[in-house]
Design a protein around this ligand. Structure first.
Ligand SMILES: NC(=O)c1ccc[n+]([C@@H]2O[C@H](COP(=O)([O-])OP(=O)(O)OC[C@H]3O[C@@H](n4cnc5c(N)ncnc54)[C@H](OP(=O)(O)O)[C@@H]3O)[C@@H](O)[C@H]2O)c1
Length: 253
């Protein structure tokens, strides 16, 4: 019978499935990039919001207060928090620590052309913000974002090169732990680039439907089972009335 079991080899644990080793995340120090956790609120049907283009803040209103506390406590425990530029445009997120005491993480926004609105909450003075752009970003946009007080990093030709961004965050900003709060497009590319170590889901007891409603991971479909991202459940618990599940992401060799 096929089975999963762990083997501890030095500091690296290996997940063995059908005698094929899947290498588990190694320590941040070994990778020279931050340890990364995707944290997301998700409906029973795997959706992140009510419909395409709608803010996830509508769903988040239904989170138990204890879960709000967990989310903000987690933000305070992390050095940085990253969301995609479209989430900034739709949700206008603050990404700050509110319901608990603690320091705000550095806010990181990949945005190739630097076109996020200049009055975005994330460009406010509550916390440090890094906007990662590509060489496609017009100089005047870069200057305008810098004038708002944010750092601008040019990483990549067309799209923001996420592995390079992770390296810079690690080496120049001392980011050791980073959480990613979506959306689906960013989640997909982070997984595709093997930059995600953990996933923590806050399950909301709703079904919203909709074939094009954003779900946890967007991007391209896969062609075969070999391309599935494999996770292992490490913890599940109730936080107030919300189920929370935690997974490690396993990448093949
Ligand atoms: N429930 C939740 O926990 C939750 C959390 C977050 C978001 N959401 C929802 O998700 C939806 C938005 O998701 P989305 O998938 O449309 O957008 P997204 O993932 O927030 O942002 C994607 C955008 O980021 C920019 N980007 C730059 N470099 C990138 C790279 N290397 N890889 C990926 N993206 C890169 C791209 O735009 P440019 O480069 O052109 O700027 C890309 O289109 C909203 O409805 C929001 O409410 C839900």
């Amino acid at each position: 019978m096929p089975g999963f079991f762990y083997k501890l080899i030095g500091l690296t644990s290996l997940l063995i499935q059908d005698n094929k080793p899947l290498r588990k995340i190694v320590m941040a120090e070994e990778n020279k990039r931050p340890h990364v956790m995707i944290m997301s609120e998700i409906t029973v049907d795997g959706k992140l919001t009510l419909k395409k283009g709608a803010s996830s803040k509508i769903l988040m209103k239904y989170m138990d207060h204890e879960t709000d506390l967990l989310l903000h406590k987690t933000r305070a425990e992390y050095d940085a928090i990253m969301v995609g530029s479209n989430t900034i445009k739709i949700d206008n997120s603050f990404l700050t620590v509110r319901y608990v005491n603690g320091e705000n993480p550095v806010r990181v926004i990949p945005n190739s052309t630097g076109d996020i609105p200049l009055d975005s909450n994330v460009l406010g003075s509550d916390a440090k913000t890094i906007v990662a752009v590509s060489k496609k970003a017009p100089l005047e946009r870069i200057e305008a974002i810098k004038e708002k007080g944010a750092d601008v990093l040019v990483c990549g030709e067309d799209k923001v090169e996420l592995p390079l961004l992770m390296e810079i965050l690690y080496s120049e900003y001392a980011v050791r732990k980073m959480m990613v709060e979506g959306g689906p497009t960013l989640n997909y590319y982070m997984l595709q680039d093997r930059l995600v170590d953990e996933v923590r889901l806050i399950h909301l007891p709703f079904i919203v439907g909709g074939a094009d409603t954003p779900s946890l991971v967007g991007g391209m479909h896969i062609d075969s089972e070999e391309e599935m991202f494999r996770l292992t459940l490490k913890s599940h618990y109730m936080c107030g009335t919300n189920l929370v599940t935690e997974y490690d992401v396993m990448y093949g060799e």
